[in-house]
Design a protein around this ligand. Sequence first.
Ligand code: 4NP
Length: 156
Amino acid sequence: MSKSKKAALFICLGNICRSPIAEAVFLHTIEEMGKLNEWEVDSAALGSWHVGGRPDRRASKILQNNGIDYSHRVRQITKDDFNKFDFIFGMDESNMRSLNKEKPPGSKAQLILLGSFDPQGERIIRDPYYDDNDAGFEKCYQQCIRSCRAFLEGQP
Ligand code: 4NP
């Protein structure tokens, strides 16, 4: 991890729905802001079920439909991540509880609920994995757009 760059890691349960969308949206937003070279960005899972796999096709479709190029292989969060990344973003309260439990004492990462930056106040990015349509994915995308932009606008 480069010393001069800030580093952000997006976390959810499976790393196939919410955190890949959040990572892709964050990357797209820093590109639009001309800040691509200021950040290291990644996403990872709390669980091991999908390690090595690709994001859910519904997540990839939302990104494609919005003109965002993104490729990812699922990985699981490691203890080292808590010292590599400055910011680790969770999607819901359950993610935050798991992150707080896994964080080694004294490690540098700030653990933050991504939706806490949403100017519309929707704090929880609900898991759309078990939905039988795309509406939850579209909503997740919109929440990520608002929260990533607001977070980045508050960064020096
Ligand atoms: P995600 O959604 O955490 O947003 O990637 C899930 C994907 C898979 C599972 C749970 C949540 N799963 O239990 O396999």
